[in-house]
Unconditional design. Structure first.
Length: 241
């Protein structure tokens, strides 16, 4: 066996495969772009794990499927029948996963209870009834650091209330006065910088935070919806391992 020659053959084969994959992706992009104008800006094309099927990703996290020539387009969930795994959902969850360390904490205010050793981030709208119920349960949790992201997605009044809370001298007190005692904060001053609220909304759109409250724990586990104190404690414990 001539080893250098063998390596050369492997190298040529690998190059051919790479070239073929690039050409395949280009062909799919061209076909879909011409025939489906709304999908012209494709983020990624990759094999879907089934012979002849390709995944198309657009707008960050929207998933479609097509054949090798881009003649057909499939919208919907792809399941693996063994165990009925929803492969599309798993893919979207991976694309929208949030590392706790990557959260834009400058756009949140922080509540520390006890030694603050456990960490939790929460996205809430001040007009969310479920959030108010959740806040009452959250008061029972000790030894925790809570990063509170105001997330006004329920209408213009939510934005105004969020601005008033964000611009308060004591954000934590203003937040709890409203959520626990229905005492509104004074209107925001005109010169107050409320751009963090808009950034929070954009962040949420990017990572598909579609409802409030949404909780994010240190291990990256995301929980949509209000949960009680016992469930919060369990997630905090699991996040610590």
């Amino acid at each position: 066996m001539h080893v250098p020659r063998l390596f050369a053959v492997w190298g040529l084969a690998l190059t051919a495969l790479t070239t073929s994959a690039v050409a395949q992706e280009a062909a799919i992009r061209e076909a879909i772009g011409k025939r489906v104008p709304q999908l012209k800006s494709i983020d990624e094309v990759r094999p879907a794990g089934i012979p002849g099927l390709y995944e198309i990703r657009v707008n960050g996290v929207e998933i479609y499927y097509t054949d090798a020539k881009g003649n057909y387009l499939i919208q919907g969930n792809l399941y693996e029948t063994k165990g009925l795994r929803n492969l599309t959902e798993e893919r979207v969850n991976k694309l929208t996963s949030i590392k706790f360390s990557s959260l834009p904490l400058k756009d949140a205010f922080t509540i520390v209870r006890g030694n603050g050793s456990r960490k939790l981030a929460v996205f809430e709208d001040p007009n969310c009834g479920y959030c108010k119920r959740f806040e009452r349960d959250l008061q029972k949790i000790d030894n925790v650091t809570i990063h509170m992201f105001l997330y006004p997605i329920l209408g213009p009044d939510s934005t105004e209330k969020s601005k008033a809370i964000w611009c308060s001298k004591d954000k934590v007190a203003a937040w709890q006065d409203w959520m626990l005692r229905d005492q509104p904060a004074p209107a925001a001053a005109a010169m107050c910088d409320t751009s963090p609220l808009a950034r929070n909304v954009e962040f949420g759109k990017t990572y598909r935070i579609q409802g409030t409250p949404t909780l994010l724990f240190e291990d990256g586990n995301r929980v949509p919806g209000a949960i009680d104190a016992q469930q919060i404690e369990k997630h905090l414990k699991d996040a610590k391992g």
